[in-house]
Design a protein around this ligand. Structure first.
Ligand SMILES: [Fe+2]
Length: 448
């Protein structure tokens, strides 16, 4: 062999070695980031009418214990962990629906180790007509002044608009990208759990999986998901997508990032089954990548976000609309964009037809069925500016409102009416829309 080929072979070997070393280093870095454990106050998971899961983290490994009861002075219920751990998770079962419970958590058998008393309220019985108020944070995971302003503005609004006899808020939902930049456990603590800790100890959170959450292995270790239909809906058997009920609302949370979204894939098969089985009148779906956006992401582009917005629009939206989804909430684009009542628009923004916009009213929308109705129209909202707002053309033709402003969405569902308010970081109601069901002369479409 000539010297030339020997040198070439040697260089190729060196290149392969460096590639393997880089890969191992990267893997180690990801593992180290993912396995970080710090102190974390309690947060509520898997909420239903009869159970609640309380989670927290501790640097020191110990057997955790939860004391709970009907008043702060009467914490006579006790549930303990069976082994030492840093990632604590205790589920309380056989609770009464729509009931406020108080709790303390700490080291097993050491009542002095328990900190302050927190509370939670269980969900209403499934199918109950009780009203629902939920708060939606989109791409909130950046502890910057913008996030603080958005949080404080919404909390102030909730405080000034209380519902008699009810907590200020029933549930907290996110549209993904919960912790920038890479979704490490440490970043989750700094950018999500610390800023929202006073809410998270008392109000259950249901998160969406965003692309930034997917960069480390923390997301699925931090949160608990109803893979077996623990809170209503058809069991999905996976943590990536799931559904749950609250009162008269069926929530469907999808994974637009990692799950395979093509028509014949498992997520869409499950989605169909879940929506057919649903008997609740309101259906709201959340996933990260918006099917319609001309914000900091362009839903017309096959290359943007590797075509995820495109694929969700083509393969998931027809199923959602066929089964009467009322509202779809997304993030990813760091702004607020909210559509008219639309139906059957599965192409790019230039392909929209007049018939696909069922109502051009800027604020109020009506639907014929009191329950779920096929192709009666859906509102799509991109809520992605709960920490910062970015730039974009903001000219998607389905949108009734496009705002380059920080903010979050508060949604009320009371019997046959839904009201959603986008509360800006400046404390203004920058958008307010409503959907009323059971209106006879409402338009019904049907894709041709
Ligand atoms: Fe994103």
């Amino acid at each position: 062999m000539s010297l030339f080929f020997k040198t070439l072979r040697w260089l190729f070997g060196l290149f392969l070695l460096l590639l393997v070393l880089y890969g191992l280093g990267r893997l180690l870095h990801i593992a180290q980031d993912s396995l970080y454990i710090g102190e974390r106050a309690s947060y509520l998971q898997l909420a239903s009418h009869s159970q609640m899961t309380v989670r927290w983290q501790s640097i020191k490994s110990y057997q955790g214990e939860l004391r709970y009861g009907p008043s702060p002075d009467k914490l006579d219920g006790r549930v303990s962990e069976v082994r030492n751990t840093n990632l604590h998770e205790i589920t309380i079962r056989n609770l009464k629906a729509m009931t406020r419970y108080y709790y303390r958590y700490g080291i097993k058998g050491d009542d002095k180790s328990s900190g302050q008393t927190h509370w939670f309220v269980t969900s209403p019985e499934m199918g109950s007509e009780k009203s629902t108020r939920f708060w939606v944070l989109g791409d909130p995971g950046l502890a910057i002044p913008g996030q603080t302003k958005v949080r404080n503005a919404a909390l102030e609004w909730l405080k000034s608009n209380k519902r008699p006899g009810r907590a200020d808020l029933d549930i907290l939902l996110t549209t993904g990208d919960n912790a920038y930049k890479s979704g490490t456990n440490e970043e989750f603590q700094k950018h999500f759990f610390e800023p929202f800790k006073t809410i998270l100890s008392n109000v259950p959170v249901w998160p969406v999986f965003g692309n930034h959450d997917a960069r480390r292995w923390s997301f699925f270790r931090i949160f608990s998901f109803p893979t077996q239909g623990e809170a209503g809906g058809v069991p999905s058997g996976t943590e990536h997508y799931y559904s749950f009920d609250y009162g008269s609302v069926h929530f469907v949370v999808l994974d637009s990032h990692a799950s395979r979204w093509n028509n014949n894939r498992e997520m869409v098969k499950w989605l169909r089954k879940d929506l057919i089985a649903n008997r609740l009148p309101w259906v709201i779906s959340l996933f990260h990548h918006p099917p319609y956006s001309k914000g900091s992401h362009n839903s017309d582009s096959q290359r943007d976000s590797r075509g995820r917005m495109f694929e969700m629009r083509e393969n998931v939206l027809p199923v959602l609309e066929e089964h009467g989804v009322d509202l779809v909430l997304n993030g990813h684009s760091h702004m607020y964009e909210r559509s008219f009542l639309i139906d059957c628009h599965y192409g790019n923004s230039q392909s929209i037809k007049k018939s696909m916009i069922l109502s051009r009213n800027k604020q109020h929308y009506v639907k014929r069925s009191i329950g779920k109705g096929k192709h009666e129209g859906t509102i799509y909202a991109v809520v992605g500016s709960s920490a910062r707002a970015d730039h974009g053309p903001m000219d998607h033709p389905v949108m009734a409102e496009s705002l380059m402003e920080t903010g979050s969405l508060v949604v009320d569902v009371v019997r046959n009416r839904l009201d959603a308010r986008f509360i800006s970081g400046e404390g203004l109601i920058a958008d307010h829309f409503s959907i009323t069901k059971g209106v006879n002369n409402a338009t019904v479409n049907g894709c041709e």
